[in-house]
Design a protein around this ligand. Structure first.
Ligand SMILES: NC(=O)c1ccc[n+]([C@@H]2O[C@H](COP(=O)([O-])OP(=O)(O)OC[C@H]3O[C@@H](n4cnc5c(N)ncnc54)[C@H](OP(=O)(O)O)[C@@H]3O)[C@@H](O)[C@H]2O)c1
Length: 290
């Protein structure tokens, strides 16, 4: 598969390295200092706090070529508009693997509706200088599949092909028939979580502030209540149905877990704050405006 990976941060770099090692024709698009570092050292990966750094020589480019079998976009929500403009003249299906609560319409308006697929990366990690420190996988994280879907929920031949190709490369992907709702549900949960983590100074610090966790849960419930459809996955309905005390205890346990501590949530960068702000706006927009 001739693949363009657009965005060379945490998720794009991890994905590009995996696909390159699986033998695909991968180009990783980067900019600025990240481009220089990647050209010099390749993608540098380390598991958790491990001192050992592995280098993967993924080919790096500054501008997209003309045509790909698939373009995967791994940028922050507020960075999508610029990417869309630069992809308007490039051929190939475009799979957006990022936080996006605004539905597929606005994406298709610029690049063509028939090109759009939606998904979400399940990897977690953070940049440590030029090194990507990815979350150590566990029994639990290995069971979570990367959801990918057509905007209209169909199981199309191209969706099946993409899922198969990713799986062959060792990425646990699955077809998700309600991907836009999945992403909106995820944002309804992640925006209050990310903002509370940032305000507290990290997941473990937030776990020590039960009032802040209660406030965060209140906002999650408000977001879920404002959705036009039931949440996807349905398990998120538990956030509205279960007693507050039980949920606060569960959320505090989660915040102390390695999954939360080594996730992208623990990112104090301006990009993370800007993404959360943009997602908040997307959640506020009524369905017909999306
Ligand atoms: N990190 C995680 O653990 C994690 C887990 C699940 C989901 N996600 C979601 O996945 C998405 C990607 O996250 P991430 O952690 O990979 O973000 P990230 O580390 O900030 O990476 C985004 C990369 O895209 C680059 N970029 C943005 N616009 C560009 C453009 N026009 N041209 C070239 N490069 C461009 C950025 O460059 P600059 O730095 O120069 O802007 C950066 O290198 C986000 O929606 C995030 O919320 C993240």
């Amino acid at each position: 598969m001739k693949l363009l990976v657009y965005g060379a941060g945490v998720c794009g770099s991890l994905f590009a390295a995996r696909m390159y090692e699986a033998g695909h024709d991968v180009s990783l698009l980067a900019r600025g200092g990240r481009l220089t570092a990647l050209r010099r050292h390749g993608v540098q990966l380390a598991e958790g706090d491990n001192a050992a750094v592995r280098r993967v020589p993924v080919p790096v480019i500054e501008h997209p070529g003309c045509e790909y079998d698939l373009i995967t976009v791994f940028v922050r929500t507020h960075q999508v508009d610029a990417v869309l403009e630069s992809l308007a003249g490039v051929q190939g299906d475009v799979l957006f693997l990022l936080n996006w609560a605004a539905g597929p319409e606005s994406l298709g308006t610029v690049i063509g509706h028939e090109r759009v697929l939606l998904g979400f990366p399940i990897t977690g990690g953070a940049m440590d200088g030029d090194v990507i420190r990815y979350r150590k996988s566990s029994f639990l994280t290995r069971r979570v599949a990367m959801p990918i879907g057509e905007p209209d929920g169909r199981t199309s031949p191209r969706l099946e092909r993409i899922v198969r190709t990713f799986r062959t490369a060792g990425i646990n992907a699955k077809a998700e028939p309600q991907m836009a709702t999945w992403l909106r549900t995820h944002a309804a949960f992640e925006v209050p979580l990310g903002q509370a983590v940032q305000a507290a100074g990290g997941p473990e610090a937030l776990a020590e502030e039960p009032d802040a966790v209660r406030g965060m849960l209140h906002l999650m419930r408000q977001n879920l209540a404002a959705m036009e459809t039931p949440p996807v996955p349905r398990a998120f309905a538990a956030l509205r149905a279960l007693p507050q005390g039980l949920l606060v205890a569960g959320l505090r346990r989660f915040l102390k877990s390695p999954t939360a501590v080594h996730s992208g949530l623990n990112d104090p960068s301006p990009a993370m704050a800007a993404e959360l702000e943009h997602l908040t706006e997307q959640l506020r927009a009524p369905a017909r405006a999306r």
